[in-house]
Design a protein around this ligand. Structure first.
Ligand SMILES: Nc1c(NC[C@H](O)[C@H](O)[C@H](O)CO)[nH]c(=O)[nH]c1=O
Ligand SMILES: CC(=O)[C@@H](O)COP(=O)(O)O
Length: 139
């Protein structure tokens, strides 16, 4: 049984709850355990994963969050840099599924966060587990 750390950027409470439901359902359906830590925003997710990885206590990670475009360039910074940081960690060998939504509005976020719709949380969980299995295959 693998132990999965969910790192959530809790910027929008209700959207995160929907994403978390999808992640937890997918991880439990696969027979694994999980725990969750919360950071302020998506920009803090890569560092939180890096810190947690040093503990050696987790087999894989799921990044969660919602970035909704506002009036400024900050949307691009938050979206692109959180993705870049997560990608860098995966290239260092960590099994991570990226479930950070980057959307234009709340309607787009809801359609992707709900387990009964696009279930991006479940999708990220399955990606993390797939990469964990791949790493074990190559071990
Ligand atoms: N606008 C959103 C943010 N912004 C906050 C940043 O992620 C970060 O916490 C801050 O810049 C301090 O370092 N974060 C989200 O997750 N979603 C947003 O829509
Ligand atoms: C994605 C963001 O950082 C966004 O919520 C910030 O809004 P604004 O660009 O209007 O400051």
């Amino acid at each position: 049984m693998a132990h999965i750390l969910i790192v959530e950027a809790r910027f929008y409470e209700h959207l995160n709850d929907l994403l978390l439901d999808g992640v937890r359902s997918a991880v439990e359906a696969a027979g694994h355990s999980h725990e969750t830590v919360t950071v302020p925003g998506a920009l803090e997710v890569p560092a939180a994963i890096a810190m947690a990885a040093e503990s050696g206590r987790y087999d894989a990670f799921v990044a969660l969050g919602v970035v909704i475009r506002g009036e400024t360039y900050h949307f691009e910074v938050v979206s692109n840099e959180s993705a870049r940081g997560i990608m860098a960690l995966t290239l260092d060998g960590l099994a991570i599924g990226n479930g950070i939504l980057t959307v234009e509005n709340e309607a787009q976020a809801l359609a992707r966060a709900r387990k009964t719709e696009k279930d991006k949380g479940g999708e990220a969980a399955k990606a993390a587990l797939a990469m964990l299995a791949l790493r074990e295959r190559f071990a």
